[in-house]
Write a protein that binds this ligand. Structure first.
Ligand SMILES: Nc1nc2c(ncn2[C@@H]2O[C@H](COP(=O)(O)OP(=O)(O)OP(=O)(O)O)[C@@H](O)[C@H]2O)c(=O)[nH]1
Ligand SMILES: [Mg+2]
Length: 252
């Protein structure tokens, strides 16, 4: 069965899983939902947009810098897309899935895996930034507030930051800390795309309900793109569509 038939949307390209990274060892277990298709994301994307996204993310992607303090932030160059969200939501896994690499960004089932801002050059057209997570409770208060301050300062003050992908676990939805990030991005006028992660862990109807609820909540946030994406780094759902959306930001 091809992807068009799977998703029942003739004429639209959806859910192309080619190139998505295989799930890393230790991924949250998919249960019996892993193999079923996730409903189409951004169904109006045409084949040319999907292909542009595929091509961009098939380019070489290399680690540039790891930044643990604001003073170490390198001079801004290419436009940047940052991946933000609560600890363990799947930021590093999404960077790996988008770039089709298994171990580009380090992932772990233990929250607090990413401890610095990791910058990756994508084909000299765009920079991807994998951020430390918000709210890792097992760390000391000092470390949490230092990470939060670093991430917030980066999000508010980076001239080349074109878009923030704010990741939300599809099982849990928006939390107060996410709302705080959205408010910060509103204030800084930084465009934000909300991405539901771990879509393989919820049923299609729950995913749609979560998408609707999240979309309604975003109406209060002018910086947020009104359309909510949904992805699974585990089975590749929504990855091709997100690549296509992000490719519109890349240097040509
Ligand atoms: N089932 C499933 N598990 C996922 C998915 N994405 C990530 N995971 C798992 O969730 C856990 C956390 O993933 P990470 O990518 O390390 O999360 P993170 O947001 O980068 O975490 P921090 O760096 O600690 O903030 C790992 O066990 C991943 O394998 C997904 O789409 N589906
Ligand atoms: Mg991480």
């Amino acid at each position: 069965m091809d992807d068009h038939a799977q998703h029942g949307r003739k004429g639209h390209v959806t859910g192309d899983k080619r190139g998505a990274a295989p799930p890393p060892a230790g991924a949250d277990g998919p249960g019996d939902l892993a193999q079923r298709p996730v409903p189409a994301l951004m169904p109006d994307l045409d084949a040319a947009a999907i292909e542009a996204g595929r091509l961009l993310f098939a380019a070489e992607c290399r680690f540039l810098w790891g930044v643990a303090e604001l003073s170490q932030l390198p001079e801004a160059g290419l436009d940047e897309i940052a991946f933000a969200g609560r600890s363990n939501v799947g930021k590093s896994s999404l960077v790996n899935a988008l770039t089709g690499r298994r171990t580009l960004a380090r992932t772990s089932g233990t929250p607090g895996c990413t401890r610095q801002l990791n910058f990756f050059d994508l084909g000299e057209r765009l920079v991807l930034v994998d951020l430390p997570g918000y709210g890792y409770a097992q760390e000391s208060k000092e470390r949490i507030s230092a990470w939060t301050a670093l991430v917030n300062a980066y999000l508010k003050g980076r001239a080349t930051l074109r878009r923030v992908c704010l990741l939300i676990d599809a099982r849990h939805g928006l939390k107060p800390v996410d709302d705080g990030v959205l408010t910060l991005l509103d204030g800084a006028a930084v465009a934000c795309q909300v991405v539901l992660t771990k879509a393989d862990k919820v049923s299609p109807s729950d995913l749609e309900r979560r998408r609707r609820d999240t979309t309604s909540a975003l109406a209060r946030h002018p910086a947020a793109h009104p359309e909510v994406a949904a992805t699974s780094a585990h089975d590749g759902s929504g990855i091709a569509e997100l690549r296509a959306g992000l490719a519109t930001l890349a240097r040509t």
